[in-house]
Write a protein that binds this ligand. Structure first.
Ligand code: AMP
Ligand code: MG
Length: 431
């Protein structure tokens, strides 16, 4: 295909605001259909249905202390020891007036007993125990169903499965869990100039750094690339073949490069032929040529090739998109209000995401840019813990002024993305 017969040039796509681009992307995505997965492999996934307890926890009255099971109303302060009850074994022991049973934490309370007195409050000699303090009915006993009652909703649909949730599911005997699966993602770097990491570049060639960077960005948010990222040359037929093949085996495709205005930037036109482009240009910096298409119901993100643009767009669009497809409710990173140590230049035509370092000080947060902000300068992202969100329509920011910073090392804390107009609503996670 030549530049002349391309169906639509990049500049024919409307320039969308950051907010509108995300609205289109999120509107096209929904959680993947639920599947049953073994408990061992659901860490971090969203539960696809409510979990109702089928049992009481604890299922039997259990001692919460190591001590003696007794009848609390028994007036005698010395009892003969009728035996010993460990956790895990149910003996036929019973407590009657004048007797006590030695009992360990977690053991079933023997018939007749209504309290446990801890060892520390007793003195034992010659198979007899003296009670040094008073116990009342129910003391140091976990009643049946005290922690979880049968029929209770223990976990709600959409809960994120972390250690406590997985512990609860195990406690209740759920070895298989209904979850939204993680999307399977293919990554494809495009560009005639790309060579493998181990190769020595000839003039004009560069190493493909985006593929491992994007694969790592995926891994950091809990997703693995389907296969090792492949490299495709700037040729429409080769791109089309590779895109079709990648999509046949994945729920999402991420490409890098080839979405700008150059005559060899062919990704947009190939995507337009295969499906529908919903986002073709966005008024953001970096990442103006960001492209989003749906092809046979599957999302494709065309990231710009510049290393910073591709990772910033991953952070702003792909990470929340993957979370949405995974059924996770929280999509937006936390934002804080920071005081600028140095002034910032800002182009009012675009919402800008400048790489920054935020630090806490006694008065709140201070921040500085992480060096020159060119979209090829990957060092600006290395060590950055935040992105300044400088909304379109605002100009330069003098030193000492306040801006919002998106904390890119903190877990998602809000259902909305902190887009320019929403930025003011966001609260610091530290209050
Ligand atoms: P493009 O988006 O294809 O116009 O590329 C923009 C810039 O990013 C060019 O300087 C490319 O050489 C560079 N670039 C494209 N793909 C990659 C990649 N996979 N790794 C590193 N740099 C890239
Ligand atoms: Mg290129």
């Amino acid at each position: 295909m030549t530049a002349k017969n391309r169906s639509k040039r990049s500049c024919d796509y409307p320039m969308l605001s950051f907010e509108e681009a995300w609205r289109r992307i999120s509107g096209a995505l929904k959680p993947l259909p639920p599947v049953q997965e073994p408990l061992e492999s659901v860490t971090g996934l969203a539960l696809a249905g409510d979990v109702i307890a089928r049992e009481n926890i604890p299922p039997f009255a259990a001692s919460t202390m190591d001590g003696y099971a007794v009848i609390s109303g028994d007036a005698s302060c010395e009892r003969s020891i009728a035996g010993e009850q460990h956790a895990g074994v149910k003996l036929d022991l019973a407590v009657t007036e004048g007797t006590a049973v030695r009992i360990m934490t977690g053991a079933p309370v023997p018939a007749g007993a209504d309290a446990v007195i801890p060892f520390e409050q007793t003195a034992e000699a010659n198979d007899r125990v003296r009670l040094l303090s008073i116990v009342g009915p129910g003391d140091n006993i976990r009643a049946i169903g005290q922690d979880i009652a049968a029929g209770e909703t223990v976990l709600k649909k959409g809960s994120v499965l972390g250690p406590a949730e997985i512990g609860l599911l195990a406690m209740l005997g759920h070895s298989q869990v209904p979850v939204h699966p993680r999307p399977r993602v293919s990554v494809m770097a495009t560009g005639d100039e790309l060579i493998p990491i181990h190769a020595i570049p000839r003039l004009g060639q560069i190493r493909n750094s985006n593929a491992p960077a994007i694969a790592t960005a995926l891994r950091v948010c809990g997703f693995d690339a389907v296969a090792l990222p492949q490299t495709v040359v700037d040729d429409a037929a080769a791109l089309e073949r590779a895109i079709v093949e990648a999509l046949s085996d994945s729920d999402m495709l991420i490409t890098s490069g080839g979405v700008s205005m150059g005559t060899r930037d062919l990704v947009k036109s190939v995507l337009a032929r295969l499906g529908e482009i919903l986002v073709g240009r966005v008024a953001i910096k970096p990442g103006k040529p960001l492209t989003f298409a749906m092809i046979h119901g599957k999302p494709v993100f065309g990231l710009p090739g510049n290393p910073v643009s591709s990772l910033v767009c991953f952070e702003q669009f792909i990470r929340p998109a993957l979370r949405r497809m995974s059924g996770l409710r929280l999509l937006g990173r936390p934002c804080v209000d920071v005081r600028l140590e140095q002034g910032l230049r800002h182009d009012p035509d675009r919402t800008e995401f400048q790489r920054a370092i935020v630090e806490r000080d006694p008065d709140g947060f201070t921040a500085r840019g992480n060096g020159p902000q060119g979209s090829s300068r990957l060092k600006s992202l290395s060590g950055a813990n935040a992105l300044f969100v400088l909304p379109a329509g605002t100009g330069d920011y003098p030193a000492g002024s306040r801006v919002m910073a998106l904390l890119i090392n903190q877990p998602e804390a809000s259902e909305d993305l902190p887009t320019g107009s929403l930025v003011r609503k966001f609260q610091s996670p530290w209050g």
